[in-house]
Design a protein around this ligand. Structure first.
Ligand code: GRF
Length: 195
């Protein structure tokens, strides 16, 4: 059984989707939900589900290195095989990434390689794209640019705002990330496309 640690910064809706899928014959189970924000709503959701949690407040550390050392200590104590970044909003240093590279996934709300970084939906709308979506990828030192493990495409509808588009993409994230994790946990890195 693979052990999965999930890193969040906010509400943790993707974390919840992953946790709710890790049952029965799923080859993985959640062993930790950690956040850089002690007030992250997802921590309460994880606690309510009986999942061990950790809050490492990045504002309590003098620099990024000290924060990541404290975070890695909490992660390593849970002995995860896989790390899932799920709405985790801190940029990680190359040192931290090297520690977990090859077993660390992230979900990004665009069809990478389009729109790495922030405000992805606003950028897709501004470009007049007729498609948007989300991508699960392996985390490497290049931000939002690691090997793609899965994508879900979403039609942009007339009158879409960044909020309506974000909400529609989010429902696809909740399908894509669990499907990719199931596959990844068996050692299969074949990219998955959901339409
Ligand atoms: C989602 O849009 C996800 O794509 C991005 O963070 C947002 C919030 O995620 N990474 P969650 O609801 O906290 O899982």
């Amino acid at each position: 059984m693979k052990r999965v640690a999930i890193l969040i910064s906010g509400g943790g809706s993707n974390m919840l989707a992953l946790v709710q899928d890790m049952t029965g014959d799923h080859p993985a189970r959640p062993v930790l939900v950690a956040s850089n924000d002690p007030a992250a709503g997802g921590l309460a959701k994880a606690r309510a589900l009986g999942i061990p949690t950790a809050a490492v407040d990045h504002r309590a550390y003098p620099d990024r290195q000290a924060f990541e050392t404290a975070l890695a200590a909490q992660i390593d104590a849970a002995q995860p095989d896989i790390l899932c970044l799920a709405g985790f909003m801190r940029i990680l240093t190359p040192g931290f990434i090297r520690r977990y590279q090859g077993r660390m996934l992230n979900i990004h709300p665009s069809l990478l390689p389009k729109y790495p970084g922030l405000h992805t939906h606003a950028r897709a709308l501004a470009a007049g794209d007729d498609q948007a979506g989300c991508t699960v990828h392996e985390v490497t030192e290049d931000l939002d640019a690691g090997p793609i493990l899965g994508q879900a495409r979403v039609r942009v509808l007339p009158g879409d705002t960044q909020d309506t588009l974000a909400a529609r993409v989010l429902t696809h994230e909740h399908r894509l990330y669990p499907a990719v994790l199931r596959r990844f946990a068996t050692g299969d890195r074949t990219p998955l496309t959901l339409d």
